[in-house]
Every structure is written in structure tokens, then in C-alpha cells.
Design a protein around this ligand. Structure first.
Ligand code: AP5
Ligand code: MG
Length: 215
């Protein structure tokens, strides 16, 4: 299956993607995680991305599309993938269409996670991620690790993301509404969008998402 996950910052895309990718046996491809890995490794791509991310702005398409394409072309993604955070504007959606067309494949679904803004703010305020791998995501209250400050998955140190400050979150939400939401209509016109409420416990949302994807 080839799936795009969409939803505002803090909706739970990364959290759900981890379970969905496992259930569906496809890789979870998060452009945000790829950028953060590049930043922690100090690559040129990471250096370029960091200032945009810190400001809550989109990293330029010239950097992002090539990075996403490289990842989608790796051998584990030949039979499908779950995209999280890509595409994030219309130009990226059109580029993805081209990439899929060249490969003779299509998207199966666009899963839209709907969460009210006040909930998003609470989820982001308590989020803690792992120093070793930013796809290891916890929440101080809603999804607390067994030992405070320590990743349950790998024992790494948990910390608060640099772009999770109140000011940057406000900017990220604004960018989501102006740049990213239009892709939902773009995909709706192709009959691909399934919208679910992402309120409720993590496993309840996963069950709803699996149901929606089966249809
Ligand atoms: P990215 O890393 O993709 O961030 P985002 O889209 O803003 O989304 P988040 O990761 O903040 O939220 P999420 O939906 O994954 O929520 P999570 O599962 O963590 O992008 C970061 C930046 O990179 C961008 O701003 C941009 O600069 C750049 N970038 C990335 N992709 C790009 C692209 N394609 N083009 C250009 N630039 C790009 O959950 C949040 C919290 O809630 C966690 O603490 C979690 O434990 C908790 N939680 C999850 N589910 C529940 C639940 N059901 N109940 C209670 N708590 C829950
Ligand atoms: Mg995420």
C-alpha cells in the first residue's frame, strides 16, 4: 500500500505511523525525522534545513523533494510506504504524482487526521522525543515513558523538540493552514481522502485508521 498521512502539527501522525507501518508491513517515511537525523549527523542538508525548521517554515522544495524521492526509491519501499509529513504543499503533491507515475504505481489512500487546535497545543506541549531517533515519540502525561526522561524503545535521552516552542508552533499551524491544507482538496478530487477524528486513546485511533484504510 502507498499511503499519505496528513494532519496538523501534533495531530499524532508520527505516533500513528509507527503502528500503521508495522500493521501494514511498509516503511514509515517521515521527512521531519529525515531532516532531524541529518541535523544530528551535521550533514549539509541538515545545516540547510535547520534554520527553516526552527522558524516553523517549510524547508525549500528543492531540498525536500529530492530527499523524499531518494528515500522512496530504497529497496524496502518497493511494495509500498507510509508518508508522514510529505507532501506538504501543492508543488510537492504534484512532484509525488510524477515520481509515482514514473514508477508505474499509485497512491491507495490519503489518511487525514482531524484534531481540534486546543488538543494539538496540549499534545505538543507535553511531547518528548528521543535523542537517538526522533520517531520514538512520548508525551509527559498521555504517553509517558516507563522511566522519566528515558526512551522505552532504545534507552536514549528524551528531550523537547526545538520547534515545539509556543511561538514556533503558532507559525507551524499557520503554515499548515495556508500551505498544507490545500493538498487535502487536491487529493479529494482524486477520491483518495479518508478523514478520521484523531481524538481518543492512541490504540483507538489506530483501530479507526485501520478500519478506514480497509474500506
Ligand atoms: P514534522 O516533524 O513533520 O512535524 P509536524 O508535521 O509539525 O508534525 P509533528 O511531528 O509535530 O506532529 P505529529 O502529527 O507527528 O504528532 P506526534 O505523533 O509527534 O516537521 C517538522 C518540520 O520539518 C516542519 O515544520 C518543516 O520545517 C520541516 N519539514 C518536514 N517535512 C517537510 C516537507 N515535506 N516540506 C518542507 N518542510 C518539511 O504526537 C504529538 C504528541 O501527542 C506526542 O507527544 C504524542 O505522544 C502525543 N499523542 C499522539 N497521539 C495521541 C493521542 N491519541 N492522545 C494523546 N496524545 C497523543
Ligand atoms: Mg511527527
Amino acid at each position: 500500500m502507498r499511503i499519505v498521512l496528513v494532519g496538523p502539527p501534533g495531530a499524532g501522525k508520527g505516533t500513528q505511523a509507527a503502528y500503521l507501518a508495522k500493521n501494514l508491513d511498509i516503511p514509515h517515511i517521515s521527512t521531519g525525522d529525515l531532516f532531524r537525523a541529518n541535523i544530528s549527523q551535521g550533514t549539509a542538508l541538515g545545516v540547510e534545513a535547520q534554520s527553516y525548521m526552527k522558524a516553523g517554515q517549510l524547508v525549500p522544495d528543492s531540498v525536500t523533494i529530492g530527499m523524499a524521492q531518494d528515500r522512496m526509491e530504497q529497496s524496502d519501499a518497493v511494495n509500498g510506504f507510509l508518508l508522514d509529513g510529505f507532501p506538504r504543499n501543492l508543488a510537492q503533491a504534484e512532484a509525488l504524482d510524477e515520481i509515482l507515475k514514473e514508477g508505474g504505481v499509485q497512491l491507495d489512500a490519503v489518511l487525514d487526521l482531524e484534531v481540534p487546535e486546543d488538543e494539538v497545543v496540549k499534545r505538543i506541549a507535553g511531547r518528548r522525543i528521543c535523542r537517538n531517533d526522533s520517531s520514538h515519540v512520548f508525551h509527559a502525561i498521555y504517553n509517558a515513558p516507563a522511566a522519566e526522561g528515558v526512551c522505552d524503545v532504545c534507552g536514549g535521552e528524551l528531550y523537547q523538540r526545538e520547534d515545539d516552542s509556543e511561538e514556533t508552533v503558532r507559525k507551524r499551524l499557520e503554515v499548515y493552514h495556508t500551505e498544507t491544507e490545500p493538498i487535502i482538496d487536491y487529493y479529494r478530487a482524486q477520491g483518495l481522502v479518508v478523514t478520521i477524528s484523531a481524538l481518543g486513546k492512541v490504540d483507538e485511533v489506530t483501530a479507526k485508521a485501520m478500519d478506514a484504510l480497509k474500506k
